[in-house]
Design a protein around this ligand. Structure first.
Ligand SMILES: NC(=O)c1ccc[n+]([C@@H]2O[C@H](COP(=O)([O-])OP(=O)(O)OC[C@H]3O[C@@H](n4cnc5c(N)ncnc54)[C@H](OP(=O)(O)O)[C@@H]3O)[C@@H](O)[C@H]2O)c1
Length: 334
């Protein structure tokens, strides 16, 4: 049995992790930690949750676990990671703290000096379909952001091919409100969000941009720049990304489809949709799946990519990564 501890268990991604690990046949939850709710049980906060006792982060019994999941805000996650790593534990961090390899870029985008820049090179960027060979034995996994998971899985087969591209790549992504986490804020207030649909931090202003461009740069030297426009969708969960890529030469859709079919052949959680079908939240909500649609219009390839932000975009991918770290079938627990 893998013994797991969850920090930030009272948040949205933490609660999803509890749900998945509870039904996982090869993992046990050894502790759930909370900064502000220690002494209560998870059931006190979420009526459908198990009555696991919440412990304060510093009191969490690290000696009782093999791996910890950090469902914490950035900065708090890195501080906790350092403690867990020093205790010899493996860490799957759901925050952004170890996703960017460049500490200066992290400081720029997250307004915070990285407390452990020496660990950035070691952290495995946990887009499981891409990094699974690096996961067995990894000490520190940086679980990807939710928007990047949807955009990168859709772009990867194309970027890793020889198909010539003309820039820029344009990604319009719409996320359900749980993407903003559980802490109340005016921008995620029901009255502000319901019956509304709005874009925010458009173009090159969102923190997930450098994360996506880092991966894109790894996959294709000289790739076109990315324009990324997130939107707030008035549903609880789910992300739909619509991505426009201009090809530099004529292509046909069947060849592009063959590229995607080959790239994701046998992938348990990635489905390339048949011709004419576009991805939707209904393909993926409450699952660890990513659905990808392709449509070629002239020289523009339009990709649609849907995930559940809390599962494939967070807790589900974190467990998929844990499974690969410990040599289990990636689908265990799903
Ligand atoms: N929501 C998503 O779709 C999503 C997707 C991918 C990645 N992520 C990332 O995953 C992490 C967790 O996201 P979330 O949506 O679950 O957030 P959340 O709902 O706001 O939960 C975060 C939890 O962390 C605890 N916390 C808050 N500030 C803390 C601090 N300074 N020190 C220690 N604990 C603190 C809080 O619980 P207590 O007060 O009980 O301790 C809170 O419940 C974030 O880094 C987020 O960016 C989120």
């Amino acid at each position: 049995m893998i013994r797991a501890g969850i920090y930030g268990a009272t948040g949205y991604t933490g609660l999803e992790l509890v749900k998945i690990l509870q039904r996982h046949p090869a993992a046990d939850i050894a502790f759930v930690a909370s900064r502000s709710q220690a002494g209560k049980t998870l059931r006190d906060l979420f009526p459908a949750a198990p009555a696991l006792p919440l412990v304060a982060g510093p009191d969490a019994p690290l000696d009782s676990v093999d791996v910890v999941f950090l469902c914490l805000p950035h900065a708090a996650a890195a501080e906790t990671a350092l403690v867990a790593l020093a205790a010899g534990k493996c860490v799957v961090d759901l925050s952004a703290d170890f996703r960017l390899r460049d500490a200066a870029s992290y400081a720029h985008w997250y307004n915070h000096t990285h407390p452990a820049p020496e660990l950035l090179a070691e952290a495995v960027y946990g887009l499981t379909e891409v990094c699974r060979a690096e996961l067995p034995g990894a000490r520190l996994v940086a679980n990807p952001g939710c928007y990047p998971t949807s955009v990168l899985l859709a772009l990867r087969p194309l970027l890793c091919s020889a198909v010539p591209l003309a820039g820029p790549i344009i990604a319009d992504s719409a996320s359900g409100v749980s993407g903003a986490g559980r802490t109340p804020a005016l921008t995620s207030h029901f009255v502000e969000v319901a019956d509304n649909f709005s874009a925010y931090k458009i173009g090159r202003a969102h923190r997930h941009l450098p994360e996506m461009e880092q991966a894109i740069g790894d996959w294709r030297a000289g790739a076109p720049p990315l324009l990324f426009s997130p939107h707030l969708l008035p549903v609880p969960r789910g992300i739909l990304s619509t991505i426009y890529v201009t090809l530099a030469a004529d292509a046909n859709e069947a060849d592009l489809r063959a590229l995607y079919a080959a790239a994701y052949d046998g992938e348990p959680f990635v489905e390339v949709l048949p011709p004419g079908e576009t991805a939707s939240l209904a393909h993926v909500t409450t699952t660890n799946r990513c659905a990808i649609g392709l449509t070629l219009v002239g020289r523009t390839l339009i990709l649609t990519s849907a995930i559940d932000n809390l599962i494939k975009g967070a807790a589900g991918q974190a467990v998929q990564n844990m499974n690969a770290m410990y040599g289990l079938d990636e689908t265990t627990g799903f």
